[in-house]
Design a protein around this ligand. Structure first.
Ligand SMILES: [Mn+2]
Length: 275
């Protein structure tokens, strides 16, 4: 597609830093494609129960798993695998049996799968990166995003995400919110607060997006769908679009493309967080 192409109507309303978050409901929805990333199964922070529920109500022709679905790093250190985590795998396998094509794009936490890249298990394809052809013809690069770590200078936030620090933060956050719940207060996300407020985190996110979009430009794609930094977003950057799936540790978000070819960022309604 040429660079001068006019963006679709739905996209023209997106301004810089504008989030389109549509809260999901417990009704069945059918999409052309669904993109999720950073589930971190095998780690305590994973909101696997919510994802299993999301997968129960949301159906699609193509399901892209955009990396860090299984947290191999955590599993190496500690054997933590509750039933809810199995339920997510089961939901995905059931979908694959029922005409949903699963495209598993590996991330840095599930890099143990990278040696099998290119394998096709029937309806499940393993790959390091791929592209998605939208209904309107646009081609989007689908990649986890850890590839850009080397380019991003300010990666202190990133090491926090990948390291014990993040899990610690999630742990503190969970206890803190149990206390808030007892006091009748709403869920409050400490790590999201830090992510949005700390200047170095903001600088890092911008640097990451710049690196991703530069690669997108160089490879001639119309946009990128990635994950890795646990920061859900749909943002127009010049004539391209940057999509980040977010994560299922905190934000519980997914990027979806509906049957008209419109893209949305969905946030799964989180009962615990609402109370
Ligand atoms: Mn990652």
């Amino acid at each position: 597609m040429s660079k001068t192409q006019v963006l679709p109507d739905w996209m023209s309303s997106i301004e810089k830093n504008d989030l389109i978050i549509e809260e999901n409901t417990r009704e069945h929805h059918y999409y052309r494609s669904i993109f999720i990333s950073d589930v971190h199964l095998g780690s305590k922070g994973s909101k696997a129960d919510f994802l299993a529920e999301f997968l129960k109500y949301n159906h699609c022709e193509k399901l892209y798993l955009v990396g860090d679905i299984i947290d191999g790093w955590r599993l190496k250190k500690r054997n933590f695998w509750p039933q809810e985590h199995t339920n997510v795998i089961r939901r995905i396998l059931t979908k694959s049996k029922r005409d949903t094509q699963i495209i598993y794009v590996t991330g840095n936490h599930d890099d143990f799968l990278r040696r099998y890249s290119g394998l096709d298990f029937g309806n499940i394809i393993l790959t390091d990166e791929t592209y998605h052809t939208c209904l309107d013809g646009r081609k989007l690069l689908v990649i986890h995003g850890d590839k850009y770590d080397a380019v991003v200078q300010n990666n202190r936030w990133l090491s926090l995400i990948g390291d014990w620090g993040y899990e610690f933060l999630i742990g503190v956050n969970t206890s803190f919110n149990k206390l808030r719940k007892l006091m009748g207060l709403k869920y409050w996300s400490l790590s999201a607060y830090i992510k949005y407020k700390v200047k170095s985190a903001v600088t890092f996110i911008t640097a990451f997006e710049d690196a991703v979009m530069k690669d997108c430009q160089n490879q001639g794609f119309d946009g990128v769908i990635c994950g890795h930094i646990h920061h859900p977003e749909i943002r127009k950057i010049s004539d391209k679009v940057y999509y980040n799936c977010g994560d299922w540790v905190e934000s519980c978000t997914a990027i979806v493309e509906n049957e008209h070819g419109d893209f949305k960022l969905l946030k799964w309604i989180n009962i615990d967080h609402e109370n």
